[in-house]
Design a protein around this ligand. Structure first.
Ligand code: PLP
Length: 400
């Protein structure tokens, strides 16, 4: 079978809920992926930042194999010997007091929503069913019905009503709007410190800090969704560190497993995660020993290989190189660490054709929001590999 055959099968039998580039990947290592026809590509998307540690990292693969031969799933009806160790690693690494494990990012966000509401009723004293949660325009937090209920992307909601109530939307980066939206019933403000799916949007400097202070003043939980921006992607462990704040809770996922297995978590204070009692919330696979062993190794790789510092330094390097290209199509180059967005002018006719041209040259990227090309390679990328990529990116950005 060649690429065309796989694509035909997929298009015939699979729901068309994605519009992938026509590359059929068969294997991968580090920053490189190989298609079924033997062609090699540099992965500059890293599975939406789930493979920060690089594809098939040997240490993580090994941890997975070893655990798979011992025990993979116990359910939380019983305890297992990996989960407590993952809790400890997470608490020591991040400084949060408590952890709740789930699988997908959307589930971690749902967990944060449920915890916030319950905290609102049990601790803040909000009247039953009156809790409000504030979110931002252009947010992305997953695809469940509750989460799409507060999306500002019309397509995400179209045809999926009735939607979940209890959310207020304020403009991302706008402090005054946030301040005005808060009422005595507001329990939480959930924000991506850098918006990933929104197009690698970095808010104005000082925004997160001011937002945090306003939340504190009003007894509102400040929750950072770092499912994409976290775990080194932004050049810090968490992107909120750039503003010297410590949120009440953070959601993580994606790179938590280095891309080997769906593992996500909500991290928070004892006061907040303490609202859950046995039976309140759960997941069959959440906290399973296979995922826990994989996540423990994925976190160790992140620190042992200094991937967070590397992301910071190489991100600056990559952005400087991109800025030096001087393409007439480019409106703005932004981001932090190896989390880079190149926004094109409207006249460039969309980012998709640039991604297709990059693919021809052996670089895999995905357009986000029509006009943005996201460069977010695995953090194990080297300077030389960035130079290799830049030669090709330059040609593509300079095309007509
Ligand atoms: C990807 C993402 C999610 C959802 O994660 P899934 O694993 O796809 O459910 C939530 N929040 C942010 C910021 C994301 O980038």
């Amino acid at each position: 079978m060649v690429s065309k055959d796989y694509i035909e099968l997929e298009n015939k039998y699979g729901a068309h809920n994605y519009h992938p580039l026509d590359v059929v990947i068969e294997k991968a290592q580090g920053v490189w992926v190989y298609d079924v026809d033997g062609k090699k590509y540099m992965d500059c998307l890293a599975a939406y930042s789930a493979v920060n540690q690089g594809h098939c990292h040997p240490r993580i693969v090994n941890a997975m194999k070893e655990q798979a031969e011992k025990v993979t799933l116990t359910s939380r009806a019983f305890r297992n010997s990996q989960l407590p160790l993952l809790y400890k690693d997470l608490v020591e690494l991040t400084g949060f007091e408590m952890v709740l494990m789930m699988n997908s990012g959307a589930e971690a966000v749902e967990t944060a929503l449920k915890a916030s509401r319950k905290w609102g009723y049990k601790i803040k004293g909000v009247e039953q069913n009156k809790a409000e949660i504030i979110v931002c325009t252009n947010n992305f937090a997953g695809r469940t019905i509750t989460i799409i209920s507060f999306s500002t992307e019309q397509q995400y909601k179209d045809g999926f009503g009735p939607l979940t109530e209890g959310f207020k939307i304020v403009e991302y980066g706008n402090i005054e709007e946030l301040e005005k939206a808060i009422t005595p019933n507001t329990v939480a403000f959930i924000v991506e410190p850098i918006q990933g799916e929104g197009g690698v949007v970095v808010p104005p400097e000082g925004y997160l800090k001011k937002a945090y202070e306003i939340c504190k003043k009003n007894n509102v939980l400040f929750i950072a969704d770092e499912i994409q921006s976290g775990l080194g992607r932004s050049g810090k462990l968490f992107a909120y560190e750039y503003e010297g704040i410590k949120p009440d809770a953070v959601t993580i996922g994606k790179a938590l497993s280095g891309g080997l297995y769906p593992v996500s978590a909500m991290l928070a204070s004892k006061e907040l995660l303490g609202v859950f009692n046995p039976g309140d919330h759960g997941s069959t696979f959440g906290g399973n020993p296979l995922g826990a062993a994989v996540a423990r190794e994925a976190l160790k790789v992140l620190t042992d290989e200094n991937l967070i510092e590397k992301s910071y330094e190489l991100g600056e390097y990559f952005r400087d190189k991109l800025k030096a290209v001087n393409s007439k199509h480019v409106k703005e180059i932004r981001g932090k660490g190896l989390f880079i967005g190149v926004e094109l002018h409207k006249e460039a006719n969309g980012a998709r054709r640039f991604c297709e041209a990059l693919m021809e040259k052996g670089i895999l990227c995905k357009e986000t929001h029509e006009n943005v090309i996201r460069f977010a390679p695995p953090l194990v990328i080297t300077k030389e590999e960035i130079d290799w990529a830049m030669e090709r990116i330059k040609d593509v950005l300079l095309m007509d």
